[in-house]
Design a protein around this ligand. Structure first.
Ligand SMILES: C[S@@+](CC[C@H](N)C(=O)[O-])C[C@H]1O[C@@H](n2cnc3c(N)ncnc32)[C@H](O)[C@@H]1O
Length: 208
């Protein structure tokens, strides 16, 4: 079953803020500051779409944004966002099934990969890798385990909750860093949030 957050769309933001405070937002706003003006941006799994409001605060105009979200309810909420003068195309579909022209300057994956089994991670990763132009930036935020006792408990609780409610397939974090290394990305900058449990990383795709 696909990781579809339809059932949680109406309370997802409230719940995540209850548990994580501003950390999920801050980690993504940190990443958005790396988006160059007038760029072509692909956002995958943006949830309720608040990331579009935040992006428009930084770049009120000039962006060409493609927003791909598998959940119809999440997409509907996202379509109500204040996107300024930016051009936004919404696609309500699993990103791995969407044919898009390549040449994006930026790909953004906020808490997307931790939903997937390894097989799906590979498919989605390779698909997005091909859509990003050489020299482009890939902005990724995810959970990570750094050895603190409470991280595992919180992570397991999230997996169980979202498996029951939204059918997410994962039960462990994928080795996402390894994929970026193998595919030839350099880490430009990164920052952790919520006691290191959240990591936001700016990757650059090598030109050759
Ligand atoms: C954990 S939520 C994160 C939502 C948002 N990024 C946030 O931080 O509030 C993951 C989101 O990815 C979407 N999603 C899952 N699999 C997807 C796929 N294959 N293609 C596009 N979106 C997907 C889900 O519907 C959900 O909205």
């Amino acid at each position: 079953m696909a990781a579809n957050y339809n059932n949680s769309a109406w309370f997802y933001d409230r719940l995540s803020r209850l548990v994580y405070g501003r950390a999920l937002v801050n980690s993504q706003v940190y990443l958005l500051n790396f988006v160059p003006a007038n760029s072509k941006v692909l956002i995958v799994g943006g949830g309720t779409g608040w990331i579009l409001d935040e992006l428009a605060k930084i770049h009120p105009a000039g962006l060409n944004i493609t927003y791909v979200e598998i959940s119809a309810n999440m997409t509907a909420l996202s379509q109500k966002r204040q996107t300024g003068q930016n051009q936004v195309t919404f696609v309500n579909e699993a990103v791995e099934n969407v044919k898009l022209p390549n040449g994006f300057d930026v790909v953004i994956t906020p808490f997307l990969f931790d939903n997937f089994l390894d097989e799906t991670v590979d498919i989605v990763f390779n698909h997005l890798h091909n859509l990003l132009k050489p020299g482009g930036l890939w902005l990724n935020a995810d959970f990570q385990l750094t050895g603190r006792w409470w991280q595992n408990i919180l992570l397991k609780s999230m997996f169980i909750f979202f498996r029951l409610l939204c059918g997410i397939e994962a039960s462990k974090l994928p080795a996402i860093e390894k994929r970026f290394n193998t595919a030839g990305y350099d880490v430009i900058e990164d920052k952790t949030f919520f006691g290191d449990f959240i990591v936001a990383r700016v990757y650059e795709k090598r030109s050759s």
